[in-house]
Design a binder for this molecule. Structure first.
Ligand code: BES
Ligand code: MN
Ligand code: ZN
Length: 512
């Protein structure tokens, strides 16, 4: 779908759908800048069908009463979408705009013949013009997402014919609006890329596909891509990544992407690490069959990181360098697989006793974290992983678990998440939790038991980051089946892509 700013007068729009976003005033009428819509909506309001509440919609056909109402709107349909009450919480307002645009996208999906739409940006919301445009384009594109690549017969209602969405901004700054539209577009496109990767099954989205994608990004943009293969991993002593992959015939990959947004030594480097486990059967500690198919989503951390790199490569933010690592592997049982009781050695020499082969995510992340920190000495590290079922027990599907050894980094991530509509909740770390993963035969063990499962998993990762400011996002509950919203479909959500992008866009410049 093409997104653009339309500078023509409204009356010239002769496309299929004109959309207004209207707020809930609580008074006895709905505020609307359009005369025709005002006349129509009066009746909807009287009948209590539409009062501007979040999620409400109202559709009518302006040509039906062209003469009577003496108007010259040429749009095929007019749709009003409720924004809800507008208060002064700007993050909440951003979410209201995304939700309303997502609702518009859902309406379009239900209308058979909408190829073009014009969306009128609301005015005087309290948000900068660019942000209004950003959130609306984001919500519209995220809400229009479909994955039907593998269906021969595509259902009518899932075919989006929408080819072009133009935005009309009467009294807003056109340059800012344009910039906002494109910011939203890049972010939404990247999140949809992550959704696509996750939707692809394990037999399609293999570790090699992560490598191919990284190499293609590097070819298309100004990024550097390196892929480490099994022989190099062995030489480097990455016993975690090698060990987890040894039960599978798919060779593991460590995909590394680098973006340079500043040449001098003062430019801070952010390191991102994403779990790219393309199918997690549990290994010898085999998972139950029920819902095992969902473990094709166990690569969502890697998808978030590599998709965020796509947006970063397009946007080219100044004053920050980003290095991304995606350890990618399958976790399957076989005669060659890792066994409970085995002891492995991670990059850097730390030894680990395997208690449960299903606690594999921390094993592949540990090597990537240790290797990346030693190689690039980043100023901050963020890893993302569908790491524990325990985070779903604790936070459900509504918040990502956040664990960090640095308060200011944690605060930055919490704020970016709020801004993106992807809330997180911080959990503690500490020596009492680290003690749970001490082993009697090796330095550490890969399971600390059921208690505090999310925290002990993070405590395992903490062993590999030293003093580097580090944060871990456990997205097991939010990477799919995330809080139902108009712009979040069932299945993979593309979680954390927009949070990461927000973080990079607002990264404090210069070293501390
Ligand atoms: N990929 C899973 C975590 C997971 C479970 C994500 C359910 C989403 C839904 C991870 O590799 C895993 O199996 N973790 C184990 C760890 C345990 C064996 C210590 C878990 O959470 O049960
Ligand atoms: Mn597992
Ligand atoms: Zn896993």
């Amino acid at each position: 779908m093409k997104i653009e700013l339309n500078k023509d007068v409204l009356e010239l729009f002769a496309g299929d759908l004109l959309v207004y976003f209207l707020r809930e005033t609580g008074g006895n009428a709905v505020l609307c800048p359009c005369k025709v819509l005002r006349r129509n909506i009066k009746y909807a309001w009287k009948n209590e069908d539409f009062s501007g509440k979040q999620g409400e919609t109202f559709l009518f056909y302006p040509s039906a009463a062209k003469k009577e109402l003496k108007h010259n709107l040429d749009a095929g349909r007019v749709l009003a979408v409720g924004l809800g009450k507008i208060g002064d919480n700007l993050d909440a307002l951003r979410e209201q705009l995304r939700l309303a645009a997502g609702t518009a996208a859902q309406q379009v999906a239900g209308l058979k013949k909408v190829k073009s739409m014009l969306l009128v940006l609301p005015e005087n919301t309290g948000l900068p013009d660019a942000d209004v445009a950003e959130c609306l384009s984001e919500g519209l594109l995220l809400g229009s997402y479909r994955f039907d690549r593998h269906k021969n017969k595509k259902k009518d209602d899932v075919i989006s014919l929408l080819e072009i969405a133009s935005f009309h901004a009467e009294n807003l700054n056109p340059d800012e609006v344009k910039q906002g539209l494109h910011q939203g577009e890049r972010a939404a496109k990247a999140a949809c890329t992550a959704r696509d990767m996750a939707n692809e099954p394990g037999n399609v989205w293999t570790p090699k596909r992560f490598a191919d994608f990284g190499e293609k990004l590097a070819k298309d943009y100004d990024l550097e891509c390196t892929v480490l293969n099994k022989p190099e991993m062995k030489k480097l002593g990455m016993g975690g990544l090698v060990g987890v992959s040894q039960g599978s015939i798919q060779p593991p990959k460590l995909v590394i992407l680098r973006y340079q947004g500043g040449g001098d030594k003062k430019t801070p480097t952010l390191m991102l690490v994403g779990k790219g486990l393309t199918f997690d059967a549990g290994g010898i500690s085999l998972k139950p069959a029920q819902k095992m198919e969902e473990m094709k989503y166990d690569m969502c951390g890697g998808a978030a990181v590599i998709s965020a790199m796509q947006a970063i490569a397009e946007e080219k933010p100044k004053g920050i360098n980003v290095v991304a690592l995606i350890p990618a592997s399958e976790n399957l049982p076989s005669g060659a697989a890792l066994k409970p009781g085995d002891i492995i050695t991670h990059f850097g020499g730390t030894t680990s006793e395997i208690i449960n082969t299903d606690a594999e995510g921390r094993l592949i992340l540990a090597d990537a974290l240790a290797y990346g920190i030693e190689t690039w000495k980043p100023d901050a590290v963020i890893d993302l992983a569908t790491l524990t079922g325990a985070v779903i027990v604790g936070l459900g599907h509504h918040r990502t678990g956040l664990l960090a050894n640095d308060d200011s980094l944690a605060e930055q991530i919490l704020a970016a998440g709020e801004r993106a509509g992807e809330p997180l909740w911080r959990l503690p770390l500490g020596p009492e939790y680290s003690k749970q993963i001490k082993s009697t035969v090796a330095d550490i063990k890969n399971s600390g038991g059921r208690d505090a499962g999310t925290i002990t998993a993070a405590a395992y990762l903490q062993e590999f980051v030293g003093d580097t400011p580090w944060a871990h996002l456990d997205i097991a509950g939010t990477a799919w089946d995330f809080t139902e919203k108009s712009y979040i479909p069932k299945g993979p959500s593309g979680i954390a892509v927009r949070t990461l992008l927000n973080l990079v866009r607002n990264w404090p410049t210069g070293k501390k």
